[in-house]
Each structure stands twice: as C-alpha cells, then as structure tokens.
Design a protein around this ligand. Structure first.
Ligand code: UDP
Length: 364
C-alpha cells in the first residue's frame, strides 16, 4: 500500500497509562491500515515500570512512540504541567491535523489542554463517562476534556446522554468500546500463548481475579484495609489472583498492610495477554478498575466493583456487576452497548469526514 504522506491526515495520539496502551493497540492498527492517516504516538511517561508500559508495546506490537517523556513531577499539578509543556513542543514541531486522547488520566488532560490552546482539533475517545464524584481526579479530567473536545467518541448511550445533559451534542458519535475490539483480537492469541493458568496452578472456573489502583481506595489506609479484608473474605471461598498495581503496593507498604493473606496470590502486574486469559477463565472479578469491570462482562464473568459508584452503569443494571456495598446482582441480561468489536474502524471512518471541519470548532 502506498502511503500518500503529503495528503494524509496527521494525528498525534497521546498515551501514558496502561489502559491507554490497550486502547491505542486497537485504534493504531486501524490507522496503520488507513493510507489517508499518519499517526504519531506520544508517550507521556505517566506509567513507566516495564510491566505497566513496555510489556504492552512489545507483546501487542504497538508502533513505538516517536516521543517519550520522562516525568520528574509526582503531584497531579507538577506532572500535568510538565506533560502540558512537552506536548505543546511536540505539537508545535509536528503541526498535526488532530490530537487523539483516551479516557481520563492526567495525560488525557494535558493532551486536551495543549491541543485546544494551540487550536488543533481535539478528539476524545471514551467521552461522556461520569461517576458524578468530583473527588475523583479522573472525573475532573473527563469533564474538562469533554468540554474542550471537537469530536467525541462514546462507548455507550449513557455516555451520549451524559454529554447531552452538559450541553454537548455536536460531533458526538456512539461507536462502541475500543476495549471490546482489543479483547476480541487478543483473547484468541492469549488462549494460544499465555501459560499463566499453569504457572499459577489455577483451575479454569475455580478462581477469582482482583485489582485495586484508584487513589480514592489506596490513599486512605482505613479504606485500603477494608478492601483487603473484603478480598480476603472471598479468598476463603476460592483462590484469588491479585496483580498488584505499583500504587497499591506502595500504599500497602506505607500503611503496614499485607495484601497477601491466605488464599490470595499476590503477583506483579501482568501483560494484557495474561490478563485476558486470567479473566476469560475466572469465576469472579473484584475490581475498582473501569476497564476491568467491562472486561469482566466481555468475558461473561460476574464482577464486584470495589467502589461506591461506577461510570459503567449498564454493567450493574444488566446484573453482571454490583457495587460492593449492595447485597445482590440485578437479574441478568445482555448489554446492548459496547458495539461489535469494530469501533476502531468506525472511528477512522468518522474522522475522514469530521476532520475536514475547521480546527477548534467547539462541540458544545
Ligand atoms: N490490566 C493488565 N494487567 C494487569 C491489570 C490490568 O493488562 O495486571 C489491563 C486490564 O485488562 C485492562 C486495563 O489494564 O485492559 C485496565 O487498566 P487499569 O485498571 O489500570 O485502568 P482503568 O481501566 O481503571 O482506567
């Protein structure tokens, strides 16, 4: 295929955190196959451990980032400020037609601010999600990014409705969920190549998977202790595999808490293929992760969300997920959202027409 560089639309995609590498895996494949797009990946360095970053690029064969920052600041403000400055330099040098940001991290916010201040069209993928809890840093990042965006791709109808309530109705496209695309591509590969069940001596259908990483859960030692007790209670019934996020490990160490009680297999964070295989054969998922809640449903595994609210309300309404403080699941049904595994193609098709609008055209 001849790439017609002169006429191709140049896209700068900002990634920095684990779930964004997985979403980029699904969308970057579609950009590579589209001769009329030229994508440049920028890695902000927000996640930097090999098992939180490099593993995804190597095992999923994601095109390596052209720019990769090393962050010095640790606080939200310092981190976001440095990313903002560096992304602005990249945009000034590359002069792209559009910037793509994913989800709700500080990298998302920095990319959104840099693009919109320079008048570059801003595309938000996974737009419209709301927890309605402004104490979550992710909620602030989502709200600001959505209101700055020129084109908004929503995974669910609830997300479209959330945007409409905030007056954002232009250039809003429900396209399904890129993580569903990623899961459908990766699971057959994981089934052939991952040895994680044997390595951990797990019997399919007879174990659970737990993850915790949200600041609301890790930063308060009393809350973290309650969550670890909750997981330990489930581990009395079946083994629980617990890939420990670096933030959670650090918080547990600071608070003098031991995440590895009886029945809990604490392991380092795993790559996406191992995670797909673990989830695919699990009997139960316990998580505070947005992505993992959905993935539990993609693999048709019941999930308990270790939070007091969720952005993925359809998973609860449909009986596949419940919040940890509620006693039982709703009656179970299939979920109509999340698409058919072809969100990436739909996003690329939509961008072909929408990017002909003037950059900086507000969506709201
Ligand atoms: N994940 C992974 N390895 C792990 C834990 C999670 O590959 O050890 C994947 C998981 O399958 C999902 C994504 O990371 O695709 C979710 O990321 P995370 O929970 O960090 O963020 P969130 O979805 O809450 O934004």
């Amino acid at each position: 295929m001849v790439r017609c560089r002169g006429m191709a639309k140049k896209i700068v995609t900002i990634v920095g955190a684990r779930p964004q590498f997985i979403k980029a895996f699904a969308l970057s494949r579609a950009f590579v196959q589209a001769p009329d797009f030229d994508e440049i990946l920028v890695h902000t360095g927000q996640h930097f451990d090999d098992n939180m970053s490099a593993v995804f690029f190597s095992e999923l064969a994601i095109t390596p980032p052209r720019y990769h920052f090393t962050l010095r600041g640790k606080s939200h403000g310092a981190m976001t400020a440095q990313m903002l400055e560096e992304i602005e330099n990249v945009l000034a040098a590359e002069r792209p037609d559009a910037v793509v940001v994913y989800g709700d991290t500080n990298s998302t916010l920095a990319g959104a601010l840099a693009a919109s201040k320079l008048g570059v069209a801003l595309i938000h993928i996974e737009a419209g999600l709301r927890s309605f809890n402004r104490r979550m840093p992710e909620e602030i990042n989502r709200v600001v990014t959505d209101h700055l965006s020129d084109v908004l791709f929503c995974p669910t109808q609830a997300a479209v409705a959330n945007l409409a309530r905030e007056g954002i109705t232009r250039n809003v496209y429900p396209v399904g969920d890129l993580m569903y695309d990623a899961m459908r591509i990766a699971t057959p590969i994981a089934e052939r190549t991952s040895s994680i069940l044997d390595d951990l001596r797990l019997t399919p259908g007879k174990y659970g998977v737990a993850t915790i990483h949200r600041a609301q859960n890790t930063d308060d030692p009393a809350m973290l202790a309650r969550l670890l007790d909750y997981i330990a209670a489930e581990a009395a019934r079946q083994p629980i595999v617990f890939p420990l996020h670096p933030r959670t490990l650090a918080a547990a160490n600071r608070a003098g808490l031991d995440p590895g009680r009886a029945g809990i297999r604490v392991i380092a964070p795993v790559g996406y293929l191992d995670m797909c295989r673990l989830l695919h054969h699990a009997a139960l998922v316990l998580t505070d992760s947005g992505g993992v809640q959905k993935e539990a449903y993609f693999h048709r595994v019941p999930c308990v969300t270790l939070r007091d609210e969720t952005e993925w309300t359809e998973t609860v309404e449909s009986g596949w997920n419940r919040l940890w403080h509620t006693a039982q699941f709703n009656p179970r049904r299939e979920i109509a959202d999340y698409g058919d595994g072809h969100s990436a193609a739909r996003i690329v098709d939509t961008l072909r027409t929408t990017l002909d609008m003037p950059a900086g055209t507000p969506a709201s």
